[in-house]
Design a binder for this molecule. Sequence first.
Ligand code: ARG
Length: 462
Amino acid sequence: MAEKMWGGRFKKKINKDFFHFQKSIDFDWKLAEYDIYHSIIHVAALKEAGVINKNEAKILTDGLNDIFKEVRKGIFEPDFECEDIHTDIQNRMEKKVGELANKLHTLRSRNDQVVFDQKWYCYKEGVYILGLLNVVLSSLNNLGIKYKDVFLPGYTHTQRAQIVSFLDYTGAFFCMFERDFERLDDFVRKSSIYIGSGALAGSAIPKSAYSEAIKKFLKKIKPDINTGRSKTVKNSLDNVASRDFVIEFLNILAILQMHLSRLAEDFILYSTKEFDFFDLPEQFCTGSSLMPHKKNPDFLELVRGNSGKIYGNLMSVLTTMKGLPLTYNRDMQTDKEPLFSSTEVIEDELKVMSDFLSGVRLKKEKILSALEDEELYATELVEFLVKKGLAFRDAHDAVGKLIRYSEDRGIKIKEMNTKDLTRFDTRLTSEEIKEVMTPEYAIASKKSLPKKKQTSSKKTKN
Ligand code: ARG
């Protein structure tokens, strides 16, 4: 067990099992980078406030920068015997700079650190996810463009409904992911990361000292950050007590997951022998140990399956926060695993999804044979009769009867002669219906839609 950041008032040693039960280093080490940001700002504020001198500030900052470099290089090894990442960094500083490290935590609380760290985490991962989503958007767009001349049966109630273009089909998912992009973009743009709450009541360090420290920090660290992100605290109680930003982030990810899962479900369905419209890229499928013919859509199934985890993570934090009295409570430590889990799962899914989409191939022959199903053109036939002056209800009824007749007799509508057809309505002629009952006519007759054009993929503006 490593040294703790508290203990003066305790006579008894902490119970070993309880220590393991309550520690968070096993997962919160992922916040190391942001915890160092907090410390760097804090040291600068202590110097501004005259609590430590210039030399002390330099020694502390140099030590923190050394640890920061380790984190950035990916060689930071958490000490899993510590209570949490805040303690780990404090202990490292003691090893690096000796007694002076005891001044690092002057007038601050882990309650202020942890919310600061998590907000930075959401912000940085949010920006990263925007980049990944952008790539998925362009893969989806490219897939649509590649097969822009393909028509597909469209479904409602999982029953064949009307003809749609493949470009509109992929465009539907594009629209969903585009809204996800906008939601997330909005979230990262508005995130404000406060410092200076103390444990809950603020601290004796003047606001001006924090402001100055923040200014310097943002100037130095600028690479992948938007300036103005960290701020002096507005309401210290709210700052340490609130996790709505975690819930909002998890909510955005849950909606994105729902869209990924729906895409997965469609592609699974369309790759079955029953549909047989899509050929899925082999590199993302697996076989069966028993059945040699199998090519299973495991990537898509796992994407669909992850919905349980990702919705659960959102529900978990919502439930934890529901009845907590102000301000900070240790319950809030349990928000980290759900937060990290959803973030990592979504990132993994998006990383694979763009390559997966690039490898999807359409089985044009099979799709063409599905398009021969005459029922897909029933609505177009109704509209054709309406254009000829028949009332919609009557046209609907006439075509319904025609379909039924064709089904009962096993005769294709297109093969019926005009004499047969006019039994249902005098306006139906054999030549004209042959023209109407084509994918080209069906698509061209839809005038309410925008002209087809290539959708451009989003760009993250950060
Ligand atoms: N590990 C805690 C959390 O994740 C932060 C530390 C605050 N601990 C405390 N005893 N006030 O919420």
